[in-house]
Ligand binder design. Structure first.
Ligand code: HEM
Length: 331
């Protein structure tokens, strides 16, 4: 028994090591650390981004959730190319999963300031990645380095937006992230972003609380009954007027802190979205949840590596694309 447990622990450690190596090896050759050093008329680009994000975080700390979600919806659709930022009919921004993405104004504020200092130098896609990085550190996550040198793609089309559904199974999620070049371990780490932020009752009333499996009145048996009781009676009562009530993706006290609490909730069947809970109910990803739930330092150190990997998906570099003058319009 003891030796089985030891073998299990050794296998888990090996999987972590393999995953860390894979994370370290990933990325695009053209991106560089400190790409903007010496390119902005004496302004330290990364320090400027950080100061604007810090001021914004001090006023509105949910900005960390907005930026994390934005990075995912940006990078998963044609890569981290600023496509999500474009305004206008039929752009990525208008696709249903993006209608509730927030935080565009902080990207615009950083861009405006950088255009004053050094016009046409810093891309909107790099601003997104730098701003998310800074918000993560402010919310209790680790500070991490990111490579820059992305350019902005001249493409933003709603039909390109194929994001995962909240009811995805673990296998569907792993396949989806696999399509982005990310591993199952990365997928579970990245879903850990749901340790911050919120959704609305409308996202769980049908699928989890009142119509599980399409059956009227059925509640998801995979949800902790005590939690289901609280949601049904206090947070999301079965009346249309509760649709817009906020539901924290992690619990209220930890909902703006980047910690491993999300994984501990999953162990107690307290995941909010079906996809969250599915990471634990499926044996293929449960061991990763268990590992991250047990070791908060592990989540803190590995989460940025998965974010960095996401931030380098299908980037535009060199002379491709453009450096936009404003982030919500092509030049
Ligand atoms: C299978 C993958 C995923 C699914 C199905 C999913 C789904 C969702 C849904 C349905 C919401 C609620 C949106 C709303 O009610 O407005 C949400 C919120 C959020 N998601 Fe995800 N998500 C996934 C992966 C990710 C990843 C990879 C990240 C970032 C790395 C992320 C970050 C967030 C954050 C931070 C929020 C809260 C946003 C806020 O408070 O405004 N999600 N997600």
């Amino acid at each position: 028994m003891a030796s089985a447990a030891r073998n299990g622990a050794a296998a888990a450690a090996l999987m972590v090591a393999v995953s860390v190596l894979a994370l370290a090896a990933a990325g695009s050759a053209q991106l560089q650390y400190g790409f903007y050093k010496g390119k902005c008329n004496g302004t330290d680009v990364e320090a400027l981004v950080q100061s604007i994000v810090r001021a914004r975080f001090a006023r509105e700390n949910p900005i960390v959730a907005y930026l994390l979600r934005m990075q995912f919806h940006e990078c998963a659709v044609n890569g981290c190319d600023g496509g999500l930022l474009i305004d206008g009919p039929g752009t990525e921004k208008t696709a249903p999963p993006n209608l509730s993405v927030k935080g565009y104004d902080v990207i615009a504020a950083v861009k405006a300031e950088l255009e004053r200092k050094c016009p046409g130098v810093v891309s909107c896609s790099d601003i997104q990645i730098l701003a998310t990085r800074d918000a993560v550190a402010l919310a209790g996550g680790a500070a991490y380095a990111v490579r820059t040198g992305r350019r902005d793609r001249r493409r933003s089309l709603a039909p390109d937006v194929r994001l995962p559904a909240p009811e995805f199974t673990a296998a569907q999620m792993v396949a989806y992230f696999g399509g982005l070049g990310l591993s199952a371990f990365d997928a579970v780490l990245l879903l850990g972003a749901h340790t911050v932020g919120a959704t609305r009752c409308s996202a769980i009333k049908g699928s989890r609380l009142y119509r599980y499996g399409g059956r009227a009145g059925a509640t998801d048996p995979g949800m902790d009954p005590g939690y289901a009781f609280v949601y049904k009676n206090y947070v999301c009562p079965n009346v249309p007027s509760s649709d817009n009530n906020a539901v924290f993706l992690d619990d209220q006290w930890s909902a703006l802190k980047l910690d491993n609490h999300y994984y501990r909730n999953l162990q107690q069947r307290r995941g909010v979205l079906a996809c969250d809970q599915n990471l634990y109910s499926d044996g293929s990803t449960r061991w990763i949840v268990d590992l991250l739930a047990k070791d908060s330092g592990l989540f803190t150190s590995l989460f940025p590596k998965a974010l960095v990997k996401l931030s380098e998906v299908n980037v535009v570099t060199g002379t491709q694309g453009e450096i936009r003058k404003v982030c919500n319009r092509f030049n």
